[in-house]
Design a binder for this molecule. Structure first.
Ligand code: SF4
Ligand code: SF4
Length: 598
């Protein structure tokens, strides 16, 4: 079938296609988003259904339903999304499926773009479900296919846990044939209704299945043992590749066990491994899942050698690993001379300067934050934020995000805050996609329980942070089909919000005036600040500063934080200006003007 250059997420999508995918759902979240984006792109070529669901719980339930009817379903999310979807997942483990359900959860060690570093392998153990842990895009494809096959055979959801480096790495991938799956349809049966007695039986069955899987994984191909000397290395995920590189650099020949199925652990294979070595290094990012399993097994089989990992203090608990990090721990622990530098290492480019993330030049959220800041001046207001690129409103000079917890929580945290300090205004910022994800229950709660929150809906008509995926407010589906648009304003009215204004935040005086009116209103209010994300259209204007008119007061630099500005003797506007016109509205000298409308 030939090779193609694919990133890890695309390889997972390809694996699903080859496994006979019937349905795929997801809510976007870095580093998982390209899985569904790719499946949507390919949907014209294959017979399957793809959707961006409004949140991960909904996505899990839609995929579960398809798998009840014999479909092969995939649901994708990032690690924090699994928290949202955990309720249906835990029950699906007991209820099972008829076809196959593969739950892809992309973990983000580092973290690069997440609230937490949580480890989905621990979740798999908690849910009593098998999990595959790929170390490369090639393996991600192979494990996706294996996960579908295992799920169908055991009629159990199966997790796949790629990490950021696997999701976003690129590799030449061998394509295989697609084996179609024809769902038999839903067959009514009492087993689909989770009653306590059934739960008890299913729990017992899950434990029996775990033991069967332990044996199957020990005999299967996902946990290869490479014999070497009596130094033992156990590694999972991308850490295995780092370990290979580190031992090659140090000239070591350890016995290596790659664990591709961290739950249930391949116990018999681990026993074999322990019998060949006299000390063990355990290499895994985030939680000591393998390490704790090995410590327990070592006790059972009487292994007396040292086990070097996180619990022994040899490896860090937080953050990503790298070949360098592993090499230095191995060299230090084994008392080896420092390895000679790699050929060409002296040519390695210098570290890039740290660039804190900022709202884009021309981003309408900057105007929204600025208008609310100015309009609420002197009010002692609290500004609760939410998850999305607008979380960046916390950075100076805007400094407009006082709290940020998780999707949809800005609204509800704000309600708790204002109950403790009645009379203190709370402005809760939320993006349009997050509003559909988990914002609606929060606004319903505010209306129902009379929490006078001031919602600021930053409607840029996309899911910007994760790559502009569509949502119910956009009038199109994952595969581009046109559908009726759900108007957030109508939703807010239906939720009972009585005081509501829709404005363009780039009209600064009008937005500021609306903020002042909102401050006066005693009940729940909603300001819908609507202006498209600048990454979704081509700029047609630019602004520049007339140096002769500029008094060099520095206000434009000091108050907005637009990255298009830079300073020479006087402030200047660079080519990244998107022409939003915000700066021209605040310059006291009228020195900033539009150029180049096209
Ligand atoms: S008009 Fe001003 S605020 Fe808007 S992008 Fe250009 S420089 Fe930035
Ligand atoms: S706000 Fe206007 S006058 Fe002040 S520095 Fe900027 S361009 Fe010059």
């Amino acid at each position: 079938m030939g090779k193609k250059l694919l990133m890890g997420n695309e390889a997972i999508a390809r694996g699903a296609v080859e496994a006979g995918l019937n349905l795929a759902t997801a809510y976007p979240g870095t580093p998982s988003s390209e899985i569904i984006g790719t499946l949507a792109e390919w949907s014209g070529d294959f017979d399957y259904y793809v959707e961006w669901s409004v949140n991960e719980k909904v996505a899990m339930e839609v995929a579960g339903g398809a798998a009840y009817a014999g479909g092969r379903a995939l649901v994708a999310m990032k690690q924090v999304g699994l928290n949202v979807a955990s309720d249906p997942l835990m029950s699906l483990a007991y209820i099972g499926v008829q076809g196959a359900l593969v739950v892809v959860v992309a973990d983000d060690p580092g973290p690069h773009s997440s609230q937490t570093e949580q480890d989905t392998r621990v979740f798999a153990k908690f849910a009593k479900l098998p999990v595959f842990d790929p170390s490369s895009p090639e393996e991600a494809l192979a494990m996706t296919k294996a996960a579908f096959e295992l799920s169908h055979r055991y009629q159990l959801p199966v997790l796949l846990r790629p990490t950021t480096r696997v999701c976003h790495a690129t590799s030449g991938i061998e394509f295989g044939p697609r084996i179609p799956n024809v769902p038999e349809g839903f067959v009514k049966d009492p087993k689909w209704v989770i009653f306590p007695r059934l739960s008890y039986q299913q729990h017992q069955l899950l434990e029996e299945t775990r033991l069967r899987l332990e044996r199957e994984f020990s005999d299967g191909p996902w946990n290869p043992l490479t014999p070497g000397d009596r130094i033992g290395i156990v590694a999972g995920g991308v850490s295995y590749l780092y370990a290979r590189e580190a031992v090659a650099r140090l000239g070591l020949n350890p016995t290596m066990l790659k664990v591709g199925t961290p739950h249930p652990l391949p116990t018999a294979k681990l026993e074999q491994f322990l019998s060949r070595v006299d000390r063990v290094f355990v290499l895994e990012e985030l939680d000591p899942v393998l390490e704790e399993g090995i410590i327990a097994l070592a006790g059972q089989v009487g292994f007396k050698g040292p086990i070097y990992g996180k619990r022994s203090g040899h490896f860090p608990w937080a953050g990503e690993y790298s070949a360098d990090r592993i090499q230095s721990v191995l060299a230090r622990t084994l008392e080896l001379a420092p390895a000679a530098p790699e050929p060409g290492a002296q040519d390695v480019p210098p570290e890039l300067p740290v660039r804190p993330p900022v709202l884009c030049a021309g981003c309408p959220h900057r105007a929204s934050f600025y208008a609310v800041k100015r309009g609420s001046r002197g009010s002692n207001a609290i500004y609760t934020g939410d998850i999305g690129c607008y979380t960046l409103g916390n950075a100076p000079p805007l400094s407009m995000v006082d709290t940020c917890l998780c999707m949809g929580a800005g609204l509800t945290v704000g309600q708790g805050l204002l109950r403790m300090e009645p009379g203190r205004p709370v402005f809760a910022f939320i993006g349009d996609s997050t509003f559909f994800h988990t914002g609606i229950p929060g606004i319903l709660n505010a209306v129902y329980n009379q929490h006078p929150i001031k919602l600021v809906l930053l409607d840029n008509s996309t899911t910007a942070m994760t790559g502009h995926q569509p949502h119910p407010g956009m009038g199109r589906t994952a595969c581009g089909g046109a559908v009726p648009q759900v108007d957030p304003v109508a939703v807010l009215r239906a939720c009972g919000v009585e005081w509501l204004e829709v404005l363009d935040p780039l009209d600064l005086p009008a937005t500021e005036a609306a903020v002042r009116r909102a401050l006066e209103y005693p009940g729940v209010v909603a300001l819908v600040l609507k202006s498209p994300c600048v990454a979704t259209f081509k700029a047609t204007r630019r602004y520049r500063i007339d140096s002769a008119a500029c008094s060099n007061c520095g206000r434009c630099l000091r108050e907005l934080g637009c990255p298009a500005f830079y300073r020479e003797e006087k402030p200047q506007i660079g080519p990244s200006c998107y022409g939003c016109g915000l700066c021209s509205q605040i310059c006291p000298k009228g020195a900033i003007g539009e150029v180049g409308r096209s």
